[in-house]
Every structure is written in C-alpha cells, then in structure tokens.
Design a protein around this ligand. Structure first.
Ligand code: FES
Ligand SMILES: [Fe+2]
Length: 410
C-alpha cells in the first residue's frame, strides 16, 4: 500500500466528501495504477471522416446537453444572448418570469434572424428587423404590422418561436438541440452531480473567457485531457513541476468520465483533508461531461471548456475560468489574470491545442494507419470506446474507424 495517499481523506462518512472521490484516492493508494490489457488502436480516419463527423453531430452533440454559458451573464430579466456555435442559431433569453428560454433565433414570418446583436443585450420585446413582427420574451407572437390586410387567416395566438429544451444547473445554462427530447441534466450527470455540488461549481464566478479556433478534430483535443503521460514532457516548462508522472486514475460514470492526477503537494501531505480546497491542492480532477463539456478543477480556479465542432478538422473551444468568488482586490485580480494568461494561453492554447493541430496536420500523410494509446493512456480507450458505443446505439456503425484493442488481432 502506498501510504502517502492514505491520510488524504477523513475516515469514511466523516469528511463530507462524496464517496466516489475517496474511491479514486484508494485506487491511487494501491501504488499500482490500473493499466489496460493491451495498447488501444485509434484508426486515423476517425479524426477526419465526414460521415463519422456528421453522425457525431447528430447522435452525440444534438442528443446530449451542451453547456452554452454561465447563468450569471443572463441574470436580469430581458437579457438576451445570441449563440451560433452549436450549428443551430440559438437565442437565450431570461423571460419576465425569470426563466431561461432557448429559442431558435428565427422569425416565424419569413425566417429572418430575429436578434442580431453580438454579446449580451437587454430587450423588453423581440422585434424582427425585416417586417417588425413582435414577440414577447416568452416567445409568443404579440404583434404583426398590417395584420388585418395581410394575414387574415393567421391566428396570432398560435404562433410562437421554436424552442429548445433548456435548464439551469451548476451555474450553467444547458441546452438540448433536439426539440422533441426531454432534458434531465441530473440524469445525464449521475453521481458526478454530487462532486460538482461539493466543489460548489454553482457558486463559482466567471473571471475570464477566451475562444480558440483549433484546426483539429474535437476528439484530438479531448485526447490531450485524458492521459497524464504528456504532462511531464510536453508541459515540462509550465505544468510539470506541479504534478507527479504516473499517479492518474480514471472513473467511468454513465456516459461521463472523471479522472484525477496527483499533484506534487500530495507527496508531502500528512494531514487529513476533508475540504474541497484541501483536495484541490492535492489532486486535479478533470470531468468529461459527454460529449462536449470538460471541467478541470485546479486549486485556485476551474477551467470549463466547451467544444463546438465546426467540421471534422475544426473545433471552436471556449475556455471559461471560474473562481470561488469575485476578486476582492487588485492583488487577487492580478494573480488570477496571470494564472489565466499562463494556463490558457501558454498551456492549453499553445501547448495542448497547438499539439492537437500538429497531430491533425500529420494524419492524412499516410504515415500512421492508427494512433496508439499505451496501456496507461487508458483514458483514450475509455472515451473513444464510449463514443463508438453511443454512435452504434444511435444507428451509426463506425466500422473500420472504431477504436480497438491491439490484442484483439492487430
Ligand atoms: S421575416 Fe420577420 S417580420 Fe418578416
Ligand atoms: Fe496537457
């Protein structure tokens, strides 16, 4: 037993932390991180194939909730935000009753884009610029100029904006692109919801945000978050001193995956730790919320990533840095800004996303038929087999493009 992990959590039932976090530490404490039976092969076509990309958009992204923004940026009734990155023209609105609505930003008259402003704006009604049909914040049509002459057969009460399922949870606005489906985020999150409560994701405050246009498939970017192998190597000038090399555990929970990597601080931890802050100083958790949301829980901040695939080899990534409270003074604001500059621009954008883009460049050269995930890079096996399973269940068979274990015959 590797005793350095033993004191990390208070005895069962006394510390308040979710039991599953304890389980991960217990797994680390064995000193023998789980490895897969064999290497896992990822055919290179799965990172560019157009049919697979379409199936992913339809079966993964359209049918599972996506976190579009923090609820706090639409706190006031009448706040509106246009969001176009999912492939659907979405208009988020806080209505008069205080509820968040996700409409298609499309006028019911002749289809004009209803709200055109970029960024958050305030409105008391939604008026189409083309012929001025007017909608309430609840999406109902309330006025049509020259209605008696032009539209005698249309019942105004029957017309409203098309609406998508939408829910506020853990401080985010989640939207489902499938209008017919039901959104039940707690069912999607499963037991991860308890972790997010424990880390008080809802109480965190948006400190900074940046958008990266990455010329790579979204799975190529995801891969970099699901192995600890590169941390001491690719990030040797930035993150490496803060982490250990091989203390990584993975936990598959429904469609989602949680992984934790031990920080150096863990090595000299002799205390019982039963607070979220204490745990965050010793372990860095990454949550993959299927399919396109990723949370990295660092000691001082949480990076929330949303992936928006724009094509097989182009992904828009939004990185939102969340902190426990609004900065109390200039010193704190300056420290967090320096952290964001380091972690977002140097680590994530330059090192991680930059690497994904360079891998993508090499894919079509024919040099590799497949990428190889090592036995300890099992996060890739877990995430990719999860993707393949959901695609199959949704009616798309990845065929030759499916990931597979080397031992199965390659
Ligand atoms: S298209 Fe909107 S009012 Fe005509
Ligand atoms: Fe990385």
């Amino acid at each position: 037993m590797n005793t350095r992990f033993q004191p990390l959590f208070a005895p069962e039932g006394t510390g308040g932390q979710p039991d599953q976090l304890r389980r991960m530490v217990e797994q680390m404490a064995t000193g023998q991180p789980a490895v897969d039976e064999s290497e896992y092969l990822l055919p290179v076509g799965r990172y560019w194939d157009v049919d697979m990309h379409r199936a992913e958009m339809d079966i993964l992204y359209r049918r599972h909730p996506q976190a579009l923004c923090r609820t706090s940026i639409l706190a006031q009734s009448g706040s509106c935000l246009v969001h176009d990155l999912t492939g659907m023209p979405i208009l988020l609105v806080r209505d008069k009753a205080g509820d968040i609505r996700a409409f298609l930003n499309v006028c019911r008259h002749r289809g004009m884009r209803l709200v055109e402003e970029e960024g958050v704006c305030r409105k008391s009604t939604l008026v189409c610029p083309y012929h001025n049909w007017m909608y309430g914040l609840d999406g109902k049509l309330v006025d049509v100029p020259k209605r008696e002459l032009g539209f005698p057969n249309i019942r105004i009460d029957d017309i409203e904006l098309a609406e998508l399922p939408c829910q506020e949870a853990h401080g985010f606005i989640w939207v489902l692109l499938d209008r017919e489906a039901k959104l039940d985020l707690s069912a999607n999150l499963g037991e991860i919801g308890a972790d997010l409560d424990w880390f008080d994701l809802k109480g965190h405050v948006q400190f900074a945000q940046a958008t990266s246009e990455v010329p790579a498939n979204w799975k190529m970017i995801l891969d970099g978050f699901f192995e600890g192998y590169h941390v001491q190597r690719l990030h040797k000038a930035t993150l490496a001193p803060f982490f250990t090399d091989d203390d990584v555990v993975f936990d598959q929970l429904g469609l989602n995956v949680r992984t934790a990597i031990a920080r150096q601080r863990l090595a000299d931890s002799g205390d019982v730790v039963d607070s979220p802050e204490g745990v965050r100083e010793r372990l860095t958790f990454t949550y993959w919320l299927f399919p396109g949301t990723l949370l990295v829980v660092s000691p001082d901040y949480i990076n929330a990533f949303t992936f928006h695939p724009q094509g097989p080899d182009h992904t828009t990534v939004i990185d939102t840095m969340l902190v426990a409270h609004a900065p109390q003074n200039d010193e704190e604001a300056g420290r967090w800004q320096r952290s964001f500059d380091l972690i977002h621009y140097n680590v994530f954008e330059k090192e991680d996303f930059g690497t994904a883009a360079k891998e993508q460049m090499g894919l079509r050269s024919g040099a590799n038929e497949h990428l190889i995930a090592g036995r300890f890079e099992r996060g890739l096996r877990i995430t990719h087999s999860q993707i393949d399973d959901v695609l199959r269940a949704g009616g798309f068979d990845p065929g030759d493009l499916a990931g597979r274990q080397l031992a199965e015959g390659g």
